[in-house]
Design a protein around this ligand. Structure first.
Ligand code: IPM
Ligand code: MG
Length: 364
């Protein structure tokens, strides 16, 4: 029996609530499909600061390096908001991405037919939306040098971040995006700000060059401000999107609204250690306002398990079992608070996990 090492990093806030639900689904798939999983839990983010004094303890990083895949919850919270930037919980996540070289972040934004009315946008706008955002994850503004802050004698200050990319960094994420587009509708929108930024001009140049190797894919270049507008105006015009780190951070949150709720969106971060390790996390973050109440939606975390099966373990058929189980539970009208509306059945985090688990079990 194949055995896979899974590092489980629940982190903070609702990460602590949704990650156990994701893990149990993976355990269940393992039993049903004859896969062995060796789970090991580690500290990250604010809880790691509290218990080990740093957001990314060396033991956690070592565990991640040895894993086949990382099941991640979320990091951050008001309790740690006053810490200096370098010591904040978010550094834990950014550190893992950088240390493991997880450069391609896949964020699907799919509008599920039964949730069309959960989106604050009109049905006529969101219906049929099925987008995959590929966000570059280890370069750009979040990591570029120089960075820092200088204080002036007069009490003023100056702060700097740098959006820097090498052609190699652009090329590898562009290839990842073309590969994804090939498995979808073969349409790729590359998003940049080439009318202003020289780094975007390089981005455009490299993406255009890579496109020659993918003649079947229809490539268009879109300016980021225009893309932000088009996403809420006519999202169905997009299939696959590729963009730099910060633009992708912002646009993928915007795209989340198309899916009804952030609570529905999984993600995969790939490329690490020559593609040997992937990190899987819900996009939603720690949601401090609802943490500890048992009401968080575990679907994003559970769909992240599906991505883990598909991308790290090449178990596409098992991933389909998980996706189908989620759909069936939604079809039967069960909803967590974030997607609840009149006439549907309100359930909590664990109950939603129970319902999906029993559908997965039945499906094998
Ligand atoms: C995300 C988050 C992170 C990011 C934070 C927590 C550092 O917003 O995954 O989108 O900005 O990348
Ligand atoms: Mg974000």
């Amino acid at each position: 029996m194949a055995t896979y090492r899974i590092a489980v990093l629940p982190g903070d806030g609702i990460g602590q609530e949704v990650t156990p639900q994701a893990r149990r689904i993976l355990e269940l798939v393992g039993r049903a499909a004859g896969l062995g999983f060796d789970f090991e839990t580690a500290l990250v983010g604010g809880s790691a600061i509290d218990e080990a004094g740093t957001p990314l303890p060396p033991a956690t990083l070592a565990l991640c390096r040895q894993a086949h895949a990382i099941l991640f919850g979320a990091v951050g919270g008001p309790k740690w908001d006053t810490l200096p930037q370098e010591q904040r919980p978010e550094r834990g996540l950014l550190g893992i991405r950088k240390e493991l070289d997880l450069f391609a972040n896949l964020r699907p934004a799919t509008c599920f037919p039964m949730l069309v009315d959960a989106s604050p946008l009109k049905r006529s706008v969101v219906e049929g939306t099925d987008i995959m955002v590929i966000r570059e994850l280890t370069g750009g503004l979040y990591f570029g040098e120089p960075r820092g802050r200088e204080e002036f004698a007069d009490g003023g200050a100056r702060a700097v971040n740098t959006m820097a990319y090498t052609s190699r960094e652009i090329e590898r994420v562009a290839r990842a995006a073309f590969d994804v587009a090939m498995k979808r509708k073969k349409r790729l929108a590359s998003v940049d700000k080439a009318n202003v930024l020289v780094v975007s001009q390089l981005w455009r140049e490299v993406v255009t060059r890579v496109a020659k190797d993918y003649p079947q894919v229809q490539l268009e270049h879109v300016l980021v401000d225009n893309c932000a507008m088009a996403l809420v105006h006519k999202p169905t015009q997009f299939d696959t999107i590729v963009t730099e780190n910060t633009f992708g951070d912002i646009l993928s949150d915007e795209a989340a609204i198309l899916a009804g709720s952030m609570g529905m969106l999984p993600s995969a971060s790939l490329g690490g250690q020559g593609g040997r390790v992937g990190l899987y996390e819900p996009v939603h973050g720690t949601a401090p306002d609802i943490a500890g109440q048992g009401v968080a939606n575990p679907i994003a975390a559970i769909l992240s398990v599906s991505m883990l099966l598909r991308y790290s373990l090449e178990r596409g058929a098992d991933a389909d079992h998980v996706d189908a189980a989620v759909l069936r539970v939604l079809e039967r009208g069960h909803r967590t608070r974030d997607i609840h509306s009149a006439g549907t059945k309100l359930v909590g985090t664990t109950e939603m996990g129970d319902l999906i688990a029993s559908e997965v079990e039945k499906s094998y």
